[in-house]
Design a protein around this ligand. Structure first.
Ligand SMILES: [Ca+2]
Length: 218
């Protein structure tokens, strides 16, 4: 078990600053735990920069509560070209036509007021879907990065993340279009880092083959 303080990292002038998490394979014990601020969410934005290593389904971030294995989870399916979102054990898929082998910025926003879900890829929004209006997400534990969390202590090795990720942030509100584009282009203002999960100021615990990379292209 290693506990490492992650430096601020961000896309800037085409380069990624440290720090990047590297998930080399689908090793079942390879994941990271990210602390979260305990709260009830009635809206959120989750954003990330990822470089996917192999085709398939990649679980980026997951959270399970006492009663729900899939209280909050975001996965990226390169074969189906869609992003999957679980909230409160209900699922919606967000198809898109985007395809790349390069670093990509994904954001997913949700608001319980309407249940509206939006997917942003590199600062461009897709068609709105709906999920779990009037639901509240009770956050009490930790986020799992790179694996699907089931139960309080369970880690599933299906749909494991393979590749590199950085700038995984979670906010407790829906970012505006300008804020989404700011975090994509890494404008250094207060909205770049999430207030629920704060990349660069949170201490992460890494297990198995997850490695921090100082140089993302090394
Ligand atoms: Ca789960």
């Amino acid at each position: 078990i290693s506990v490492i303080f992650l430096c601020f990292c961000c896309l800037f002038h085409g380069e990624l600053f440290p720090l990047v998490l590297n998930f080399e394979d689908r090793n079942s014990v390879s994941y990271a735990l990210a602390p979260l601020h305990r709260m009830d969410l009635d809206a959120f934005t989750v954003c990330m920069h990822v470089l996917l290593g192999v085709p398939g389904v990649h679980t980026v971030i997951s959270y399970s509560s006492d009663g729900r294995d899939n209280e909050l989870m975001v996965s990226i399916d390169t074969n189906a070209r869609e992003v999957g979102l679980w909230i409160g054990d209900e699922y919606v898929n967000m198809p898109h036509s985007f395809s790349t082998q390069d670093w990509t910025n994904y954001c997913v926003t949700w608001s319980s007021h309407s249940g509206g879900v939006d997917l942003w890829i590199n600062g461009k929004v897709g068609e709105q879907r709906h999920l779990q209006s009037n639901h509240r997400i009770n956050l009490t534990g930790e986020f799992v990065l790179g694996k699907d969390q089931d139960g309080v202590l369970g880690i599933s090795d299906s749909d494991a993340f393979v590749g590199k990720m950085t700038d995984v942030n979670v906010w407790d509100y829906v970012l505006t279009t300008a804020e989404i584009r700011d975090q994509f282009s890494c404008e250094r203002n207060s909205t770049v880092v999430g207030n629920v999960l704060s990349w660069g100021s949170s201490r992460f615990k890494m297990y198995g083959g997850v490695q921090p990379l100082a140089e993302p292209n090394a």
